[in-house]
Design a protein around this ligand. Structure first.
Ligand SMILES: [Cu+2]
Length: 166
């Protein structure tokens, strides 16, 4: 009996370990994209959290991010949820295309629910599972107002905001 329980436990641990490492690979991938060119220019680092544990509650803790045009930007997104169903990302887009990018993203589950080749997409992060932080790095575009959105299925309506480039 004891042996059986131990076996179950180690299987569960294995599962958890698999999930964790798979995810890490994705976020490292997106983070390393701009790493080579980020050496000379200082990076503007911003933090944004997702709060809430249900589809009703879920929300970015800020609706507005501000950066300077041409700046190297690193945005760290932390998912504060504890419910496993709460999975989020942050995708920066041309303002007004949040819904389109999110809807198209339904067909891009394997690339974090967005199409990075879409001309309206500036940059996007990996999916952050509960308790995790993911990062996305990009060069701020020309001055203006842009949007950001979570493209995880069903989230774009509640999870969006603006990126102001000065
Ligand atoms: Cu979300």
């Amino acid at each position: 009996m004891k042996k059986q329980i131990m076996l179950l436990f180690s299987t569960a641990t294995l599962f958890a370990a698999c999930g964790g490492s798979g995810e890490k690979a994705t976020s490292t991938e997106s983070a390393s994209k701009d790493q080579t060119e980020a050496t000379s220019v200082a990076t503007t680092e911003l933090t944004i959290n997702v709060v809430g544990n249900t589809m009703d509650e879920m929300s970015y803790d800020t609706k507005e991010l501000k950066v300077k045009a041409g700046a190297k930007v690193k945005v760290n997104l932390t998912n504060k949820a504890t419910d496993a169903a709460m999975q989020h990302n942050i995708v920066f887009v041309k303002q007004g295309t949040e819904k389109d990018v999110a809807m198209e993203g339904l067909n891009f589950a394997s690339t974090n629910y967005f199409n990075s080749a879409n001309v309206n997409v500036i940059a996007g992060s990996a999916i952050a599972t509960p308790g995790k932080t993911v990062s996305v790095e990009f060069t701020a575009p020309a001055a203006g107002t842009y949007g950001f959105v979570c493209t995880f299925p069903g989230h774009f309506m509640k999870m969006n905001g603006v990126l102001i480039v000065e």
